[in-house]
Design a binder for this molecule. Structure first.
Ligand code: SF4
Ligand code: SF4
Length: 199
């Protein structure tokens, strides 16, 4: 039987895991694979790796498997996993850090999630709050899902949930500065370019 030495991790993979750990402020060795994170996650049905497995792969230096996984892009950032972890491993932050690392490497396994995040942040920057009708329009155009949720529009329009007018708040610059601070704190400032949203 071939013996696999799990302690031998290529230098590039070791560096990539360390960068993800640093951004998420997590020590992956803290995880003892109890699985409580996966058991509480509401999004597992759409995931190709369970949250526990993401951490395990990172422990083993298998960074390419994680970067190519749909899981961090399907993650809704609800924080349940992190709240349940008996070892205080911030799985939620790890998912964010993996997304940033994947995007830096040109890997976006769930392109729709990437498009939505970009458009949502641009929308909130431009208006100080989300204007759903324009967000949906931009998302549909960029994602190629041109008719997605179009059936719901008339009823939403009739109930005043969406409309033609945009609703801006007065302190848009402050909201934009707040977004900058959050993105800089998690190392993702480059992920959400400013401006350019005329919606
Ligand atoms: S809950 Fe925490 S310790 Fe348990 S598998 Fe998940 S990350 Fe590891
Ligand atoms: S933060 Fe993501 S991985 Fe964690 S429980 Fe929520 S959806 Fe699942």
């Amino acid at each position: 039987m071939k013996i696999v030495d799990l302690t031998v991790i290529p230098a590039d993979d070791r560096t990539a895991v360390a960068a993800i750990a640093a951004e998420a402020q997590v020590n992956f060795k803290d995880c003892y694979q109890c699985g409580k994170c996966s058991a509480g996650c509401p999004m597992v049905q759409g995931m190709d790796l369970m949250p526990r497995e993401v951490i395990r792969y990172l422990q083993l230096g298998k960074v390419q498997e994680v970067l190519n996984s749909k899981t961090p892009w399907v993650c809704a950032q609800c924080g349940v996993c992190t709240a349940r972890c008996p070892q205080n491993v911030d799985i939620c932050a790890t998912m964010r850090a993996v997304r940033h690392a994947a995007k830096d490497a040109g890997i976006t396994p769930v392109r729709e999630a990437d498009v939505f995040e970009d458009e949502f942040i641009k929308n909130v920057r431009a208006h100080g709050r989300s204007n759903e009708q324009y967000l949906a329009m931009k998302y549909n155009l960029r994602s190629g899902h041109l008719m997605q949720d179009v059936d719901s529009a008339p009823a939403m329009f009739a109930r005043g949930m969406i409309g033609i007018a945009t609703h801006n708040i007065d302190s848009r610059d402050e909201v934009s500065a707040l977004i900058d601070r959050v993105l800089q704190n998690n190392g993702a400032a480059k992920e959400a370019p400013k401006g350019g949203d005329a919606s």
